[in-house]
Design a protein around this ligand. Structure first.
Ligand SMILES: Cc1cc2nc3c(=O)[nH]c(=O)nc-3n(C[C@H](O)[C@H](O)[C@H](O)COP(=O)(O)O)c2cc1C
Length: 427
């Protein structure tokens, strides 16, 4: 067992060494219980900032949330003077990492600020400093501190457009921003010392990184060649010095399909979800199911939303090619289980999946249009106009439902003839 780090001496916060030239100068926030509205933080979080000392200058990588600035500055002062700071790197502009930046720049006015190319579109709106001078960087760009170098990796959308990672080759250390981070506050700091944070790591990935799986994979293409790393130094949670490659490997696993991806080779999958009070929307759903099943190379499934928890459907939908929702209109709206399922889809990428909506109604029938609009908002294609049927479907209307199912299935296997122009296609 390594000795736990000394975070404070005589009441003064202390920097913690990752190596002789690299120090953690962040802050712990053990009392936080909710982060960014969407995440629960049962044991708080940390805002990790780092200091790198080279023979020709000192770099600060990220800062902390504004109300933790005192800890950050106190720690910084234990290992460097402000007039030594030549470089400030922001891996991510969110306020939990930039809160202390204005004051840091006031104390170290000679320092040059490095942000990602994409961060340029946000930096003024976030930092509210019109005269802010900075250097935008991309993969391949680097800045020297004499005998230490900072190399930048362009890793956008992890989890904002502006995000980047910074690599210190002489120490084989990756400052990864929010990538490989988690909300887990433990004053032992290092992954081989702290409590079991696997849940927090997975939870953070599921809510923060999962919507951007394609970008995760692209970032890993840049990061994997750096293995074996000595340290991964993320912006939240434990510092990963013990076998950091495991976290890189886990990200690669998590960014693959959540379900077995090899069992439906060559087939498209269409999921039909419905809910129904008197059975009218259910009759429509069953006919749509029959129609879709008559098309080759499309595997069709039918689910009653009343009969399941919603969470397992998220993985299923992520792997599907088409999703159809059936809802009656109740009090001028679609029903809550449909909205609940739709709102739980924000953690996955739905772009260019095929969507469809149907439902029975009594007099106004708003629900179908509302859900169609929502599907377009989620970037699905809605190529077949929504199908509404007044109260109990007739035999002819049941036949219309079968046709609706056939059209959607044909859209998936590429055999649909009369393609209706969808406004989402034009956007
Ligand atoms: C409480 C309640 C509220 C309803 N509100 C509306 C409404 O606002 N607009 C409408 O067109 N139909 C409304 N309806 C009628 C239903 O949409 C209609 O009965 C439909 O066929 C039900 O389909 P289902 O059997 O699939 O649930 C309402 C029905 C109920 C029971």
């Amino acid at each position: 067992m390594n000795k736990p780090p000394i975070l404070s001496l005589g009441g003064i916060p202390q920097a913690v060494a990752l190596s002789e030239r690299v120090h953690w100068i962040g802050a712990l926030d053990p009392n936080l219980r909710t982060f960014d509205i969407i995440l629960k933080t049962a044991n708080g979080t940390s805002y990790n900032a780092y200091l790198v000392r080279g023979s020709a200058g000192v770099a600060i990588i990220d800062t902390v949330k504004e109300n933790f600035a005192a800890d950050f500055f106190a720690r910084l002062e234990t290992v460097a003077r402000y007039d030594e700071i030549s470089v400030i790197v922001l891996n991510h502009l969110e306020p939990d990492h930039t809160g202390a930046l204005p004051e840091l720049m006031r104390r170290a006015p000679q320092a040059r600020l490095y942000i990602s190319q994409k961060a340029q579109t946000m930096v003024k709106a976030l930092l509210k400093q019109n005269d802010l001078a900075y250097t935008p960087v991309l993969t391949g760009d680097s800045v020297t501190l004499g005998d230490r170098t900072l190399q930048f990796l362009h890793t956008p959308y992890l989890h904002w457009p502006d995000t980047q990672c910074t690599y210190l080759p002489e120490e084989n250390t990756l400052f990864s921003g929010d990538v490989f981070g988690c909300h887990f506050c433990d004053n032992r700091l290092f992954n081989d010392e702290v409590g079991d944070f696997r849940f927090s790591f997975e939870y953070y990935y599921a809510h923060i990184m999962r919507p951007f799986k394609d970008y995760v994979n692209r970032a890993l293409d840049l990061i994997e060649p750096l293995l074996p790393l000595t340290n991964i130094a993320p912006a939240h949670g434990p510092l990963l010095r013990d076998r950091p490659h495991r976290y890189v490997r886990r990200y690669r696993e998590l960014s693959q399909s959540a379900l077995h991806s090899d069992i439906h080779d060559g087939e498209k999958t269409l999921l039909i979800f419905y809910i129904s009070s008197y059975g009218n929307t259910r009759r429509m759903a069953e006919a749509i199911y029959e129609g879709a099943m008559s098309i080759d190379q499309v595997r069709v499934s039918l689910y009653d939303l009343e009969g399941s928890e919603l969470a397992p459907f998220v993985d299923l939908i992520e792997g599907a090619d088409g999703i159809v929702f059936g809802t009656p209109t109740i009090n001028g709206d679609a029903v809550k289980p449909v909205w609940d399922l739709l709102s739980s889809l924000v953690v996955i990428n739905l772009k260019s999946k095929v969507g469809g909506v149907f439902g029975s109604y009594g007099w106004t029938g708003e629900a179908v249009k509302m859900v169609e609009d929502r599907l377009r908002g989620l970037k699905l294609r809605v190529p077949v106009p929504g199908l509404r049927i007044k109260l109990i479907p007739t035999d002819e209307e049941i036949e219309l439902c079968r046709g609706f199912g056939r059209e959607l299935a044909q859209e998936l296997n590429g055999l649909r003839q009369s393609k209706v122009i969808d406004m989402a296609d034009l956007a």
